[in-house]
Design a protein around this ligand. Structure first.
Ligand code: NAD
Length: 251
């Protein structure tokens, strides 16, 4: 039985909510009483996700590429119309990209991974944080990764994008610290989701070999941490990086 987290009367946006960590976070938010807008570019997976969550509470769905700033502006208005002003934003959408040596990535691949994993979080935060500040309440949670602290070999653009998420969290948090809008990030180790399909078996084995607890993190474990960070009870932590890496991170 999960601990109770109170998100009643809160409206949350979860990007990349159609599967994996995002879906688990959306589910946990609904169980905690929030209304949740599911943002993802994969329409079919989004339909499946919404169906699976139907009994849990009130959801909306927006098919969107979160790197498109015009679409994000429209999605913010649509979410406000359907569910109410946004109290919680989880910048979770992301891709691994291929595994190769740093010098083997094309500039196009490098740019796209940074665009999807990092620029999208900037775009969504820039579109949503000012409204939170004006209303005097908000919680933003950025999905980083242990790769952003460690710099995984054969995953430079991914690792760089996730290091950027840690720093975006710190800068934005300081700018919003006096307005009850708290910004934090989480750094999971490798998790049991579809993102593993983008990686080579060697890369997955490398990541698991680095985890003292010797297993993958489950999406619901990440969701439990994110749910607390999204709640009012998280009240004196901002700009912080919350580890969930089975002991891999030592700082
Ligand atoms: N699973 C892991 O091992 C792991 C570990 C640490 C961090 N993370 C991070 O957690 C987040 C979620 O990962 P996951 O494992 O659940 O991945 P996943 O591949 O299972 O799900 C990611 C979702 O994001 C969506 N998405 C991708 N690009 C998008 C875009 N431009 N616009 C809108 N939606 C987009 C996809 O359609 C997909 O539904 C990512 O940021 C990932 O980097 C994952």
């Amino acid at each position: 039985m999960a601990n109770q987290i109170d998100l009643k009367h809160k409206v949350a946006v979860v990007t990349g909510a159609a599967r994996g960590f995002g879906l688990a976070i959306a589910e946990r938010f609904l169980e905690s009483g929030a209304r949740v807008s599911l943002w993802d570019m994969d329409k079919r997976a989004l339909d499946d996700a919404e169906r699976s969550l139907k009994a849990k509470g009130k959801t909306g769905q927006i098919v969107i590429d979160v790197t498109d700033e015009v679409a994000v502006e429209e999605a913010v208005s649509q979410t406000a119309d359907e569910l109410g002003p946004i109290d919680i934003l989880v910048n979770n959408a992301g891709i691994a990209g291929p595994n190769r040596k740093t010098w083997e990535y094309t500039p196009g691949e490098f740019r796209r991974i940074l665009e999807v994993n990092l620029t999208s979080a900037f775009i969504c935060s820039a579109a949503i944080a000012p409204g939170m500040k004006e209303r005097g309440y908000g919680r933003i949670i950025n999905m980083s990764s242990v790769a952003g602290k460690e710099g995984n070999p054969n995953a430079a653009p991914y690792s760089i994008s996730k290091a950027g998420m840690i720093t975006l969290t710190k800068s934005l948090a300081k700018e919003l610290a006096d307005s009850n809008v708290l910004v934090n990030c989480v750094t999971p180790a490798a998790g049991r989701t579809d993102i593993l399909k983008q990686m080579t078996p060697e890369h997955i084995a490398y990541m698991v070999s680095k985890i003292p607890m010797a297993r993958l993190v489950e999406p619901k474990e990440v969701a439990a941490l994110v749910a607390w960070l999204a709640s009012e009870e998280c009240s004196f932590s901002t700009g912080a990086t919350f580890d969930i890496s089975g002991g891999r991170s030592t700082y």
